[in-house]
Design a protein around this ligand. Structure first.
Ligand SMILES: N=CN[C@@H](CCC(=O)O)C(=O)O
Ligand SMILES: [Zn+2]
Length: 413
C-alpha cells in the first residue's frame, strides 16, 4: 500500500519486522513486514519481500513494531513534589482534590525556565518509553498570568495543549467569581495557545453548572472540550461531556449502565466522546479501576493515557498503563495497544489529517499506514503480547518520531 507521490524526501526502509501492528483495518497485524518512512510520514507498508529501494535501511531482526504511544492526558507544567502525600495515601489517607493547591503554590514560585526544564525532562522520559505524541494541560497556575505562562511553556513542547483553569478554586477565591474569571479573561488570554478546554467536574472542584459555564464559553470560541469526570465518585461529568460534544471524558471510574450506554451511543451517526481510562491514576489513588471492559463491550471508544501529574499518577509509562489494562481491566493485548495509540489519537482529534490555523498540514497519528505521521516504536520482543507478558520490563528498542530516529537503533545508508 503506497501513499500518493510528492516531492522526493529522505526514505528509510525498516525491514525484518517480525510482527507489525498497524491499527489499519485493511493491513491488520502483519508478519514479516516492512515499512518505508519518507520525510515525516509513512510512505509504504507491505511484505518484506516486496519492499522498494530506499536511501537507507534498518533491519530490526524479527522484533515487533507498533505505532508510538499517544498519551492524550498529562499535566506536565508543574513544579514540586508530593511524595509525602502519596506515602500517606499508601498508609490509608484518602485522595482529595485539595492536594492540587500544593502543586499550585510550587508552580507559581517556579521560574519559566524551571517549568520548561521539568516538562522537557518528563517529555524525554516519555519518548524513551515509546510515547511519540503527547497532550498536556495547564491547571497549576490558576491566575491569568500563571495560566498564560503555563500555556506558553506547553505550546511547542506538546502535540496538543489543553487549558485547565477550572482545576481547583484557588485559596481565597469565591467559586462563582473564579468561574467568571476562567470563562472570561483567563480563557481569552490562553485561547490562541490551546487546542482544548478541560474542567475538573467533581465534588471538591467544580459542580455541574460551573463546569457548564466554562465549557460553553470554550465552545463559543470554537475550542474543543474535555472533562475530568466521574473520578472520585458518581457525578455529572460524563453526561455533561456527551451533551456538549466533548472530545473526551477522562477518568470514568464510577459509571452506571446508562452512562456506559451514553458514551457508546455518542458514536452513532458521527464523532462521539472518547472514554479515556487512566489505570496508573486509579492504582495510585486506590480507586476502583475504570470499567474499560464494560465500555468496550458496549461499543464505546476507549483511550488509555498516563495522566502523568505529581498528585495522582506520577508516571510517564504508557507501557505500564497498557500492562495494567490487560492484567487488571480485562482488555486483550490488541485492545489495550489500540486504546493507547489510535484511541489517544481519536481523543486528540488527530486520527485524520488536519491543517493548523496557520495552514500547516498535520499528518494523522495512531496508525502505521501510508500518509500517517512516521511515529513508531520497536520492541525488544517478538510480539506486542510481551507488553503484558513481561510487565515492568523496559522493552523499547528504538523509536521514530515524525520520521526521525530518536531512540535506539539507527538506520544505515
Ligand atoms: N483530577 C484532577 N486533576 C488531576 C490531579 C491533579 C493533582 O492531584 O495534582 C488528575 O487528573 O488526577
Ligand atoms: Zn488529569
Amino acid at each position: 500500500m503506497a501513499a500518493p507521490a510528492g516531492p522526493p524526501r529522505r526514505s528509510t526502509l525498516i525491514t525484518g519486522i517480525g510482527e507489525l501492528t498497524t491499527n489499519d483495518d485493511e493491513l491488520g497485524r502483519m508478519r514479516d513486514a516492512a515499512v518505508v518512512l519518507e520525510g515525516d510520514a509513512i510512505a509504504w507498508v507491505g511484505s518484506a519481500a516486496d519492499a522498494p529501494a530506499t536511501d537507507e535501511r534498518v533491519d530490526v531482526a524479527g522484533r515487533a513494531v507498533l505505532p508510538g504511544w499517544v498519551d492524550s492526558h498529562t499535566h506536565l507544567v508543574f513544579a514540586g513534589d508530593r511524595s509525602a502525600e502519596f506515602e500517606a495515601r499508601m498508609a490509608g489517607a484518602a485522595y482529595a482534590a485539595g492536594g492540587i493547591g500544593v502543586t499550585v503554590a510550587a508552580t507559581r514560585a517556579a521560574s519559566d525556565a524551571e517549568l520548561a526544564a521539568n516538562l522537557d525532562r518528563l517529555a524525554d522520559e516519555a519518548l524513551r518509553g515509546g510515547t511519540t505524541a503527547l497532550e498536556t494541560k495547564t491547571g497549576y497556575g490558576l491566575t491569568v498570568a500563571d495560566e498564560l505562562r503555563s500555556a506558553r511553556i506547553a505550546a511547542g513542547r506538546a502535540d496538543s495543549v489543553t487549558f485547565l483553569g477550572a482545576h481547583l478554586v484557588p485559596a481565597g477565591a469565591e467559586a462563582d467569581d473564579y468561574v467568571d474569571l476562567v470563562a472570561g479573561a483567563m480563557l481569552e488570554a490562553v485561547a490562541p495557545l490551546v487546542d482544548a478546554v478541560d474542567v475538573f467536574c467533581e465534588r471538591g472542584a467544580f459542580d455541574e453548572p460551573q463546569s457548564r459555564r466554562v465549557l460553553e464559553a470554550a465552545r463559543a470560541r470554537g475550542l474543543a472540550l474535555r472533562v475530568h469526570g466521574n473520578q472520585l465518585g458518581p457525578g455529572p461529568g460524563v453526561r455533561l461531556a456527551v451533551e456538549l460534544g466533548a472530545l473526551s471524558v477522562d477518568h470514568v471510574a464510577f459509571l452506571d449502565d446508562d452512562e456506559v450506554a451514553l458514551l457508546a451511543d455518542s458514536w452513532q451517526g458521527g464523532r462521539g466522546t472518547v472514554a479515556t481510562v487512566l489505570p496508573a491514576c486509579d492504582l495510585s489513588t486506590r480507586m476502583p479501576l475504570a470499567p474499560a471492559r464494560r465500555l468496550l463491550d458496549a461499543g464505546a471508544v476507549v483511550a488509555i493515557a498516563t495522566n502523568c501529574n505529581p498528585g495522582t499518577s506520577y508516571t510517564t509509562s504508557m507501557a505500564f498503563c497498557v500492562a495494567t489494562a490487560v492484567l487488571q481491566m480485562g482488555l486483550t493485548i490488541e485492545e489495550a495497544v489500540r486504546a493507547a495509540t489510535l484511541g489517544g489519537a481519536v481523543a486528540l482529534d488527530r486520527d485524520a489529517p488536519r491543517t493548523t490555523a496557520g495552514g500547516r498540514a498535520l499528518p494523522p497519528l495512531g496508525r502505521i499506514r501510508p500518509g500517517a505521521r512516521a511515529d513508531l516504536q520497536v520492541l525488544d520482543a517478538p510480539s506486542i503480547a510481551h507488553l503484558a507478558y513481561r510487565p515492568g520490563v523496559p522493552l523499547v528498542h528504538a523509536v521514530w518520531r515524525a520520521g526521525e530516529p530518536v531512540v535506539g537503533q539507527r538506520p544505515i545508508p
